[in-house]
Design a binder for this molecule. Structure first.
Ligand SMILES: [Zn+2]
Length: 239
């Protein structure tokens, strides 16, 4: 009952904002106008920020990778909740051909990282690669779009040439779910220069749930860059 009331209230407020200030929100597509804000006040109020930048202790995201890979630092901007604005953002990014939303939140991540000393020497932003076929269909890699936003606000360099996904072969796609999962390890490979003198690599993805994709990327990068620090940053963490 109270949920219904609150969602009706939100809808009513959105309608009112739409009439008063016509400009399009990146998430809900309602029109509103609050100077140059890209997200309407309703969607903004529904976002669950992690505030990891204010945490001196280990976060749940740090703990997710304990005993798996050695990371210099981890960062997530938002907490992923079903039915919340964060889910809408990820949906917009993945299925609605809305890269602007990735750039917008990438910029927010970049501004946060700029103020965190453990990320100050990051010299390469590495997007988790998407299968080329998927990228062709979607028109972009959502992790790369987020990286572009981070690069824009932090001044750090995007390096999409360091990791690439190996194509699926016919035999792989014919296998069952389990063996395809087991094949995860073989779906990535390093492309490009082995020794570039990079000191701190930041691997970027849209969302982390089990962490297995990021773990795979970090392991492969670790082989190619044994001396470098490696960190991860994501738009959202499922908690
Ligand atoms: Zn909105």
């Amino acid at each position: 009952m109270s949920l219904n009331f609150s969602s009706n209230f939100n809808k009513w407020t959105r309608d009112l904002l739409h009439v008063l200030y016509p400009q399009t929100c990146l998430i809900c597509k309602y029109e509103y106008n609050q100077s140059k804000l890209a997200i309407c006040p309703i969607c903004s109020s529904e976002l669950a920020y992690t505030n990891y930048e204010d945490y001196p202790e280990e976060t749940n995201l740090d703990k997710l990778f304990w005993g798996r890979v050695n990371l210099e630092g981890t960062y997530a901007l938002l907490r992923f909740k079903q039915e919340g604005s964060t889910q809408k953002i990820l949906h917009e990014l993945k299925y609605r051909s809305n890269p602007e939303v990735g750039i917008h939140f990438g910029k927010e991540i970049g501004s946060k990282l700029k103020n965190m000393t453990k990320f100050s020497d990051v010299d390469a932003l590495i997007p988790v690669p998407l299968h080329p076929k998927k990228e062709f269909i979607r028109g972009y890699n959502q992790a790369e779009v987020i990286c572009k936003g981070i690069a824009e606000s932090s001044g750090k360099t995007l390096r999409k040439d360091l990791l690439k996904r190996i194509s699926f072969t016919e035999s792989q796609t014919k296998k069952g779910k389990t063996s395809r999962w087991e094949n995860m390890q073989n779906r990535f490979k390093i492309q490009g220069i082995k020794s570039t003198g990079l000191k701190h690599l930041l691997v970027v993805d849209d969302v982390v749930t089990t962490g297995s994709t990021l773990e795979t990327c970090v392991r492969i990068l670790r082989e190619e860059f044994p001396e470098a620090k490696i960190s991860i940053a994501v738009l959202a963490v499922a908690e």
